[in-house]
Ligand binder design. Structure first.
Ligand SMILES: [Zn+2]
Length: 65
């Protein structure tokens, strides 16, 4: 049983979909290596890879063209 997850880190990511200018939340994938979801308006798939410690500097990210 792995316990590498920070208990204070919520398993979702706030994300700005630049395609539709809306915020959404994407959730951790089963392997815990990325956050994945889709745009709530146009269903564009989005994925944010989780970089090793120190790689993610913010809580909010942008996705889109
Ligand atoms: Zn969209």
């Amino acid at each position: 049983m792995t316990n590498l997850t920070n208990p204070h880190l919520k398993p979702f990511l706030g994300l700005l979909m630049t395609c539709c200018k809306v915020y959404t939340r994407i959730y951790k994938t089963h392997d815990g290596r990325a956050f994945a979801g889709h745009c709530p308006r146009c269903a564009r798939p989005v994925r944010v890879d989780i970089v090793s410690e120190g790689g993610m500097s913010g809580r909010f990210f942008k996705a889109g063209p």
